[in-house]
Ligand binder design. Structure first.
Ligand code: RBZ
Ligand code: NIO
Length: 344
């Protein structure tokens, strides 16, 4: 596997950055989490004059064999139909990206459909026509995991060439909350029932069925010792590509905007490969999907927004982006006590 050489944050500038924040015309600490965010961005970029350039959201899409076992409220074909919707500009993520001038790319990581689509925002990174059903066999091979990590890397190379230094990670894939639950249960070492929620909106009986299915999968294939095996056995092509892209983006010192439950499951894999990726990550919102809290507790992070979202697509990242802009804005533009002639 490619080794990821993620740099630790530039601690040499921490004192100056903190001082700059403290000298702004406000009581010490009064901008709360925005101050932490400004400090993080300053440390990532190693400068007192950070800038956000060419923001992107990447929506990785793929299908899941498990979708045919009754774990989702929607049929598998919704995945490809939503990909078309993204390309036609009709999804929630399109609206929020347009609102904030964020560039969107839709990546076919492994949708069960052939797109003959030459849309400029579409990237063909297809590994297969959906994963295997993990009730029968591992979702993918280790070779496919490595291919996925490489594809994630290539997407980051592409947006890096376009000058991007802040990227949101989103996904689309019917059945992928099941993968995310299994990954969370194994990495965070918590019972699968605590990591499993209603996804697209199954009812109580459906939830009980979903938990039983995931328990069965764990009993059959769940004796796994490392995160790449977890990814191969229970993951999805979109989750694996996201994990690779997250690591590659951190290597390039981009700011990583992490969305909800599925995006954070991919982050758990990336984090277990190289924990330094966390230094570059902003956790954008708290998802309604119950396992998300377990993931956030495990990573010891606090999300920015609590909007009761349970959508995915990267929507939380696009909604949080203006907060990162505000953090950078106050940090670079606000007057200091000295420059404004305000008494301390
Ligand atoms: C119309 C529609 C749009 C979506 N956009 C994101 N998801 C979200 O729901 C799916 C995961 O939930 P589950 O595991 O229950 O299938 C993913 O595709 C996720 O991105 C959607 C789901 C639907 C139905
Ligand atoms: O939090 C998420 O990412 C999520 C939750 C439910 C369904 N799809 C995505």
């Amino acid at each position: 596997m490619k080794s990821y050489s993620i740099q630790p944050l530039n601690e040499n500038v921490r004192r100056e950055l903190q001082q700059k924040i403290d000298y702004k015309t406000k009581p010490i600490g009064a901008l709360g989490k925005l101050e932490e965010l400004a400090l993080q961005v300053g440390l990532i970029q190693g400068t007192e004059t950070p800038e956000l350039r060419h923001p992107h959201v990447l929506v990785f899409a793929a299908d899941h064999g498990i979708a045919n076992s009754g774990v989702s409220a929607y049929p598998q074909e919704v995945t490809w139909q939503m990909v078309q919707n993204f390309l036609n500009g009709g999804a929630a993520i399109n609206v929020f990206c347009n609102q904030h001038q964020i560039q969107l790319y839709v990546i076919d990581a492994g949708v069960n459909y052939t797109f003959n689509n030459y849309h400029s925002r579409f990237i063909n990174a297809k590994i297969g026509y959906g994963t295997q059903n993990f009730l029968e066999q591992p979702a993918m091979t280790l070779a496919q995991v490595y291919q996925c990590l490489q594809k994630g890397n290539e997407v980051i190379e592409l947006i890096s060439k376009q000058g991007c230094n802040i990227v949101g990670f989103g996904e689309m894939g019917i059945g992928n909350t099941s993968s995310a639950s299994l990954i969370t249960s194994l990495i965070c070492e918590r019972p699968i029932a605590e990591c499993t929620g209603k996804g697209t909106g199954i009812d109580e009986a459906g939830l009980i069925r979903k938990i039983a299915i995931l328990e069965k999968a764990l009993n059959q294939l769940g004796k796994l010792s490392n995160s790449l095996d977890i990814l191969a056995t229970f993951g999805g092509f979109e989750i694996a590509q996201m994990a690779g892209a997250m690591l590659a983006a951190a290597e390039k010192k981009m700011i990583l905007l992490i969305d909800g439950f599925i995006s954070t499951a991919a982050f758990l894999i990336a984090h277990s490969i190289n924990p330094l990726v966390k230094e570059y990550a902003v956790f954008c919102h708290q998802s309604e999907e119950m396992g998300h809290q377990i993931q956030l507790d495990y990573l010891q992070v606090e999300p920015l927004l609590h909007l009761h979202l349970r959508l995915g697509e990267g929507t939380g990242t696009a909604l949080a982006y203006p907060l990162v802009q505000s953090a950078v804005g106050f940090f670079t533009e606000m007057a200091s006590f000295e420059s404004a002639g305000v008494s301390k």
